[in-house]
Design a protein around this ligand. Structure first.
Ligand SMILES: [Zn+2]
Ligand SMILES: [Zn+2]
Ligand SMILES: [Zn+2]
Length: 337
């Protein structure tokens, strides 16, 4: 239906996306990157996340069995930052920001990825994320907890050991703030934005990638990145701790299945940034917030050809050629193992 150039509304952020489906046959004449051949040992003596190894600053990673969480040795935020306000003529405006930055090791094995771990092992990662959100969110001055992962050198991950990060901080960051505003505005008309959106997507089916009894992975109608996906619980809930035990098992089932599809798409350990958007922890109820995870992978056409956010994207708005529908079909048609 949408075969000509058009704009799509990102219902979650209120931002627009330009789609140019007619350009998908355009030949590629830009940069081609060399694929990174990854051959990793199960233990690396030089890896600070492998059990028993020393980290920068002298701390030692213990001999852990499943997951391991520690305060980032190079934290971007500190819990004891003193309060400070700057306001020069309303033009130079700044304020201090407190926070806690942690690292979550998914496995003692250096060589695994989310797609290579068993659902049982990932269930322990989900339990760890759940406990961390509850613990950090309970700190009185922490108003937002972001659990995320950068995977692959292309996304700036400095270490291939399977791990993610948690940044908990004082104020709601911009992206969750946009999503909060959109979900609140929708709820004022009645209903939950993402419950209703998931209903429309399940009815349509064209952008669904994979699903189980409790979770659905799909390429959102407004996806900016070529193979961007969102993972949504079927039942309404705002946080990982809101999930029942069988729902957490459903999340541990769908994450590696989605990751394996990504890894198969271009025959390479797929780089991505992923993260969970959960209810702010500012003490308010936020019944409108619907838990979800985003996957933002940069690859466009092969293991070496990535999408860049440049030119029109930087100066005007995001744009894509390959449609979300065709990206979903390619991911959907891949085997999961
Ligand atoms: Zn390691
Ligand atoms: Zn909902
Ligand atoms: Zn989100």
């Amino acid at each position: 239906m949408l075969t000509e150039p058009h704009r799509r509304l990102n219902r979650l952020t209120g931002e627009w996306l330009l789609v140019s489906p007619h350009r998908t046959t355009r030949p590629w004449q830009g940069q081609v990157e060399e694929p990174v051949i990854e051959q990793r040992p199960s233990y690396d003596a030089g890896c600070y996340l492998c059990p028993g190894n020393e980290r920068a600053g002298g701390a030692r990673t213990p001999g852990y069995q499943s997951t391991y969480v520690f305060d980032n040795d190079f934290a971007a935020l500190k819990p004891d930052t003193p309060p400070l306000q700057v306001d020069v003529e309303g033009l130079l405006v700044a304020h201090s920001e407190r926070g806690v930055c942690r690292v979550v090791c998914y496995s003692p094995r250096h060589d695994l990825t989310l797609g290579e771990m068993t659902s049982d092992a990932i269930a322990r990662v989900v339990d760890t994320w759940t406990g961390q959100y509850a613990e950090l969110g309970a700190v009185d001055w922490v108003n937002h907890v972001l659990i995320f992962e950068n995977r692959g050198a292309m996304m700036g991950a400095s270490n291939p050991h399977p791990h993610g990060q948690i940044w908990a901080n004082e104020r709601l960051p911009d992206e969750p703030a946009r999503e909060l505003h959109q979900q609140q505005a929708y709820a004022e008309r009645g209903g939950c934005l993402l419950c209703d959106y998931l209903g429309v997507e399940l009815e349509d089916g064209e952008r669904i990638v994979c699903h189980n009894e409790h979770f659905v992975a799909l390429v959102p109608f407004w996806a900016v990145w070529p193979f961007e996906t969102v993972v949504l619980p079927r039942a309404h809930g705002g946080t990982l701790p809101d999930l029942a035990a069988e729902e957490r098992a459903g999340l541990a089932d769908i994450l590696p299945r989605l990751a394996r599809r990504y890894d198969r798409l271009f025959g390479v350990t797929f780089p991505y940034s992923m993260g969970f958007h959960q209810r702010p922890t500012d003490g308010l109820d936020h019944p409108e917030w619907h838990l979800h995870a985003h996957f933002y992978p940069p690859l466009l056409r092969s293991a070496t050809v990535r999408k860049f956010m440049v030119g029109y994207e930087l100066l005007a708005q995001p744009q894509r050629d390959i449609t979300p529908e065709s990206a979903a079909q390619r991911l959907r048609d891949l085997p999961e193992d």
